[in-house]
Design a protein around this ligand. Structure first.
Ligand code: HDD
Length: 717
């Protein structure tokens, strides 16, 4: 198992050397460019070849009659190159098109051998290779990372008894109860078919029209309108298998199980106004974060937790465990931690790995089985089906990222791009070719389904036990801290304000009335809407479900700045001792920093030390950082005070409730930015190097949310 981090840009393999390839002169040299940009002359380097292996002498000019004549069809190198280029794209995923993946491993910390015979859960300390792809759902492949959206959290575990894919999200419930509604849900959120916008967002009529007519979606809506849908990074979000699955023990006895991934660095999200600006400043914010963390050796890590329960619990639970719009509160069935997932290796090639990886919910090893959750049953058809469209061949399992890492033997053969075919004469079974006849069934080790007894008429009927749509939505809402409730209300008001049809806005609020009276009233007020009558409800809301701390992001924060990023805005002549102490304190907290300066060439500090910048102020707004510091000289602060980008740096950090450290000279900037009278306990003056450590400790709270009441009209109201 590889466990060494690969620095971004570092390739695992070096290009193959053509035997004896000694390149005499390069194109650059022939054109008189001196080989400065084409350093191939004279060395032992790989010769450029066609895909058929023929060495290429000239890759800059097509073959033509004379210097100015027509091109020749005979130019096989040109034709092959353009032919291949023309076919580079494959269809993007119909949902979850934008994603980012990394390799790692799962390590078992607690044996589950009593409840499952799954090989991966038998031996404590054993590592299983893993590949994880995070994604947004609605946006296309080139969309921005900080859309308000569910995040996909798909894990492929290459177990010794076959690949196991836990194709989950960062939210433990889903919009719909039956897979037959999935195309409608997705159509509604994707760009409208006539105008092809809006891209990567749910703030539009079609989505809310569908939602307002689909009461079962309202629990999920509470989650997607919460800050869970604008995570700070993949590294700071939870993952959930969503459905109830089954564990099967050695005697095929079954218990139910739900899967959870818990980030080691705690939960964190950004503010909505910040998300909107991040999308402009760095549309790749999340993928860059993952790439940088792995590259710097700060490997992202999650615990695997399981909620295990039996039929008796399922019978006694207030909701149906087969209903994917419901979760089981951790307070009712505790999450037991049984292992850890570590991502320690970036991909070598995005297309080969992240784009071609094919997750399928039906990929389960012996010892794990499905429940009758109707969404899961439908998914088990859809994922296999979609891979054929996307990857173009039933042989997609031959692609290295999808191939199991355990032995495989079967009689499947041929098809497009077949890399493996049965060897020998027998490609069928049973056969009488003895040892040469190929693989045989293994009733003892092989996959066996749980022998559930099923009865009943063939019907299209939603079970009565799925009919409560609001009780858990309410439980989620009342489990949020006041600031999280405010963000949820703000999100609903924002989204519905983008709907053109007042009747859609009103219909949504009519459902909110079943969730929480003040929630509905505040949203109606935010929309300037008379409070509508409550929607017709199939079941009255259960109002005494207890709040659960596990549902709040704020209550599950890290309490430390580890893994976070400080942006330090510096100028020429800034206090060198303070700057150095700040950088040391960042390191001590296991955080990282970036220097933002008026020029990318960096600055010269008070003691003459030169410091390189990672960002020029215009390209490094404070939305890219978890906290900021402004360390300026007197002249430098005057310079910043006259710069709009520097003023935005300060005002945005303040408006997004970030901790701000500053040298006294920076007041000149704050004055011009209109902040001087508002500075609060989250704005910490750094009077000398000794204050750096305390500032970084304060940053561990991540945000001073109390400030929001002073910077937001809606909060003040
Ligand atoms: Fe799905 C992709 C998660 C319901 C059909 N889904 C996809 C991915 C994730 C999820 C994380 C991206 C995998 C990757 O990174 O390649 N989907 C979920 C969750 C659901 C869910 C947690 C509900 C609990 N999905 C769902 C339903 C259907 C699909 C009900 C269809 C009936 N999902 C697909 C798909 C995708 C997909 C069309 C698109 C690309 C792919 O599968 O490989 O088959």
């Amino acid at each position: 198992m590889a466990s060494k981090g690969k620095k971004p840009g570092e390739s695992a393999k070096t290009a193959p050397k053509a035997p004896g390839a000694k390149i005499e002169t390069s194109y650059a040299e022939r054109q008189g460019a001196g080989g400065e940009t084409h350093q191939v002359a004279g060395g032992e380097v790989a010769a450029l070849t066609t895909a058929q292996g023929a060495p290429v002498a000239d890759d800059q000019n097509t073959l033509r009659y004379g210097a100015r004549g027509p091109a020749l069809l005979e130019d096989f190198h040109f034709r092959e190159k353009i032919f291949h280029f023309d076919h580079e794209r494959i269809p993007e995923r119909v949902v979850h098109a934008r994603g980012y993946g990394a390799h790692g491993y799962f390590e078992l910390t607690k044996s589950l051998s009593k409840v499952t015979r799954a090989d991966i859960f038998q031996r404590v300390g054993e590592r299983t290779p893993a590949f994880v792809r995070f994604s947004t759902v609605a946006g296309s492949k080139g969309s921005f990372d900080l859309a308000r959206d569910v995040r996909g959290f798909a894990v492929k575990l290459y177990t010794k008894e076959g690949n196991w894919d836990i194709v989950g999200n960062n939210i433990p419930v889903f919009f719909i109860q039956d897979a037959i509604k999935f195309p409608d849900l997705v159509h509604s959120v994707k760009p409208a078919p006539d105008r092809a916008f809006p891209q990567a967002q749910s703030a539009h009529d079609n989505f809310w029209d569908f939602i307002s007519l689909t009461p079962e979606s309202f629990h999920m809506i509470m989650w997607t309108m919460s800050d869970r849908a604008i995570p700070r990074s993949f590294r700071f979000m939870e993952g959930f298998g969503v459905h109830t699955f089954r564990f099967l023990d050695a005697k095929d006895r079954s218990t139910f199980v739900k899967f959870h991934w818990k980030p080691k660095l705690g939960l964190q999200s950004v503010a909505w106004n910040e998300a909107v600006k991040i999308n402009g400043a760095d549309p790749d914010f999340h993928r860059r974060d993952l790439w940088d963390a792995i590259g710097s050796g700060d490997f992202p890590e999650w615990e695997l937790g399981v909620q295990i329960f039996d039929e008796d619990f399922a019978e006694s639970f207030a909701f149906d465990v087969l209903d994917p719009t419901k979760f089981i509160p951790e307070d009712e069935v505790p999450v037991q931690v049984v292992g850890r997932l570590v991502l320690d290796r970036a991909v070598d090639n995005f297309f080969a790995e992240t784009e071609q990886v094919a997750f399928c919910t039906q990929n389960v090893p012996p010892g794990i089985d499905f429940s009758n959750d109707p969404l899961l049953q439908g998914r088990n058809f859809s994922y296999l089906d979609t891979q054929l469209k996307r990857l173009g061949s039933p042989n997609f399992t031959h692609i290295p990222i999808n191939a199991p890492k355990c032995p495989m033997a079967h009689f499947q053969q041929d098809g497009h791009m077949a890399m493996r075919n049965p060897q020998g004469r027998a490609n069928y079974e049973p056969n009488s070719w003895g040892a040469e006849g190929g693989p045989r069934e293994d009733p003892a080790r092989g996959f066996r389904s749980f022998a559930a007894e099923e009865t009943g008429p063939k019907t299209r009927l939603r079970p009565e036990s799925f009919a409560d749509h609001y009780s858990q939505a309410r439980q989620f809402y009342i489990s949020q801290t006041p600031i999280e409730q405010k963000h949820l209300v703000d999100a609903l008001v924002f989204e519905l304000s983008k709907c053109e049809r007042p009747d859609i806005r009103s219909r949504v609020v009519s459902h909110l009335r079943h969730i929480d009276g003040s929630l509905a009233a505040t949203v109606a007020d935010g929309l300037g809407l008379p409070l509508p009558e409550p929607a017709k409800a199939a079941r009255p809301t259960i109002t005494d479900l207890p709040p659960s701390d596990a549902l709040s992001i704020v209550r599950n924060g890290p309490g430390s700045f580890a893994g976070r990023k400080l942006g330090i805005l510096v100028t020429d002549g800034a206090d060198a001792a303070l700057f150095t102490a700040l950088v040391a304190a960042v390191k001590k907290e296991k955080a990282v920093h970036e220097v933002v300066a008026p020029k990318i060439g960096g600055v010269t500090l008070s003691d003459g030390t030169k410091v390189a910048a990672q960002q020029k102020i215009d390209g490094g707004p404070s939305v890219l950082f978890d906290a900021v510091a402004v360390i300026a000289s007197k002249d430098g602060a005057t310079l910043l005070a006259g710069d709009a980008a520097a003023k935005d740096f300060a005002t945005d950090a303040f408006a997004h409730c970030k901790f701000i450290g500053y040298s006294s000279e920076a007041m000149a900037l704050f004055e011009k930015a209109g902040l001087a009278d508002d500075l609060d306990e989250g704005c910490i003056e750094l009077t000398g190097a000794r204050d750096a450590g305390a500032f970084l400790k304060a940053c561990g709270a991540l945000r001073l949310w109390e400030r929001e009441a002073r910077v937001d009209l809606d909060a003040a109201a």
